[in-house]
Design a protein around this ligand. Structure first.
Ligand SMILES: Cc1cc2nc3c(=O)[nH]c(=O)nc-3n(C[C@H](O)[C@H](O)[C@H](O)COP(=O)(O)OP(=O)(O)OC[C@H]3O[C@@H](n4cnc5c(N)ncnc54)[C@H](O)[C@@H]3O)c2cc1C
Length: 493
């Protein structure tokens, strides 16, 4: 049995591990942190369960196109289902007393928008037509493009035609498109929901995917990794936590194993890098081992930027006075941070994370790539970083209290910055998702190959912009399909 060594026990590494074990490989997963899950993790602070991970598992409900794959890797459980973040509502945007609920049903959404701003009627009609299309768009999940038969490519062509309708929007930014609407909440929808600087076509894809039906509510993001780690071990695979990988050991153009930070070596027949490819380039192998397409993305931030966010976790006594069923963008008194002005906060309630008598909230603001860079630079000085993080967290807490005075005093529990994600998982510039597209960027998948290391493969969210859980999972499946092809065997889900 060929032995596969996997670097990284995030969602993609665990998925690759489970699928490799199912396909008869001997599997060892090496994760640098004490817990698996990577960006999908949680921790406890003063009796509160804080969770970084996603709450909505897109396409995983019965009938959803991602369900068979999530099931195959043992990630789904009975605790997941329609709950607080009801499928009807993706999120809502607020301005003064007015709210725009982002309803998952396109007809209801159109009606809510027309009610909000009748004079934007024609633009709303076109926007909803596009959102209907992008919400139904499913990314190819069958197999990597280069492994497809001719008839499969024809089917893919039909899918790309649907994407083609977005082309006229690829040349303008979401901000420019937003200005074709009169109502500030419709402008905010296009400008503040997608990542900063996104192209209009990307914003439409992003919003469409948020409205995608057949999602499952996750009580805690960390549950996914726990379930997949258990599935891996049940299949005989081994997960080594607290075991960072220092280098990939090469013998000519073949990887022969891993040098661990502990000094130990692990030998195997294949290496799958399920961490950020930038780490493979900068630490595990070297610059010449980067796939050229990925290299293009990393070196053109004007077309393929990344972004992140700053999150402040707050406890308030009693039950939440707001029925926050899904994240909401709430207006607040303006404040500035690293050259950007903010006048709204993303607010989210974390049911199940607070002890009795309290409500746990997170308040979030987006951070552009240059702000991520600034946090990473600051984090090199631990003390100065701690002081600035606390200052910003207190400022955000005060803005929330000013915006919602009836809530009374909140208690600051914790704050995370892009530097937190970078430190914990090694994510490029602390981005929780992959690259996204600014005007001029093209939507493509990286093949996940490592030039110069024939038996080394990449996987993870970075191979398919804009990343996310579905990308992490799909890319892991593609990697296993390649691996099985290299071994001359059929792939089984
Ligand atoms: C707050 C938040 C909200 C999110 N919301 C959503 C959402 O709503 N929908 C969605 O689809 N996605 C969402 N995401 C993104 C989603 O969590 C990620 O797409 C997904 O978890 C990425 O998985 P991955 O395995 O590709 O990468 P990672 O999670 O980054 O996994 C890489 C792993 O490699 C490990 N590693 C790195 N270097 C080494 C080394 N040298 N040795 C050993 N191990 C190493 C890391 O510790 C990590 O565990 C969110 C993320 C965050 C943080």
């Amino acid at each position: 049995m060929a032995k596969v060594l996997i670097v990284g026990g995030g969602i993609s590494g665990l998925c690759a591990g489970v699928l490799a074990a199912k396909n008869g490989f001997t599997v060892e997963v090496y994760e640098k942190n004490a817990q698996p899950g990577g960006l999908c993790a949680g921790w406890t602070r003063r009796g509160f369960r804080l969770d970084t991970g996603p709450r909505w598992l897109s396409g995983a409900a019965p009938g959803g196109e991602m369900r068979p794959l999530w099931q195959a890797v043992g990630a789904l459980g009975e605790e997941m289902g329609p709950g607080e973040a009801r499928p009807a509502l993706a999120f809502s945007l607020g301005q003064g007393q007015t709210m725009l609920p982002l309803l998952r049903c396109p007809e209801d959404l159109e009606e809510a928008m027309l009610h909000l701003s009748p004079r934007d009627g024609p633009e709303i009609g076109e926007l909803c037509r596009l959102l209907r299309r992008t919400s139904q768009l499913s990314f190819p999940r069958e197999k990597p493009l280069d492994m497809m038969m001719a008839w499969e490519k024809v089917r893919l062509g039909a899918h790309l035609t649907a994407r083609g309708r977005l082309l006229p929007y690829a040349r303008q930014s979401a901000g420019e498109y937003a200005r074709s609407f009169h109502h500030p909440l419709l402008q905010a929808l296009l400008e503040k929901v997608p990542p900063p600087g996104a192209s209009a076509s990307f914003a439409l894809l992003w919003l469409g995917q948020a409205l995608h039906p057949h999602g499952l509510y996750l009580p805690q993001g960390a549950i996914l990794a726990q379930r997949m780690a258990a599935a891996l071990e049940a299949l005989g695979g081994r997960l080594f936590t607290g075991q960072g990988v220092e280098r990939i050991l090469l013998s000519g153009s073949r990887a022969r194993g891993l040098l661990l930070r502990s000094g130990r070596t692990a030998l195997g027949d294949y290496v799958i890098c399920a961490c950020d490819p930038w780490l493979v380039r900068s630490r595990l192998l070297g610059p010449s081992y980067l796939d050229p397409l990925l290299g293009q993305w990393y070196s053109a931030p004007e077309k393929y930027p990344v972004s992140s966010f700053l999150t402040v976790y707050l406890a308030i006594p009693g039950q939440s006075p707001l029925p926050l069923e899904a994240p909401a963008l709430l207006p607040c008194p303006p404040f500035s941070l690293a050259g950007e002005t903010y006048d709204a906060l993303w607010l989210r309630r974390h049911p199940g994370g607070a002890p009795n008598g309290f409500t746990l909230l997170s308040c979030q603001i987006s951070q552009s790539e240059h702000q991520c860079d600034a946090w990473l630079r600051l984090a090199q000085n631990k003390e100065a970083y701690g002081v600035e993080k606390h200052r910003v967290a207190v400022m955000i807490k005060e803005r929330l209290e000013q915006a919602l005075p009836s809530w009374g005093q909140s208690r600051l529990l914790s704050a995370t910055t892009p530097a937190s994600f970078h430190r914990v998982t090694g994510a490029y510039k602390g981005s929780p998702m992959g690259f996204y597209l600014a005007p001029g960027g093209k939507l493509q998948n990286s093949p996940g190959l490592v030039p110069g290391a024939d038996n080394c493969l990449l996987t993870g969210q970075w191979l398919q912009p804009p990343g996310g859980l579905s990308a992490a999972l799909t890319m892991a499946k593609f990697t296993l399909q390649r691996l099985c092809a290299l071994e001359g065997q059929e792939f089984h889900l």
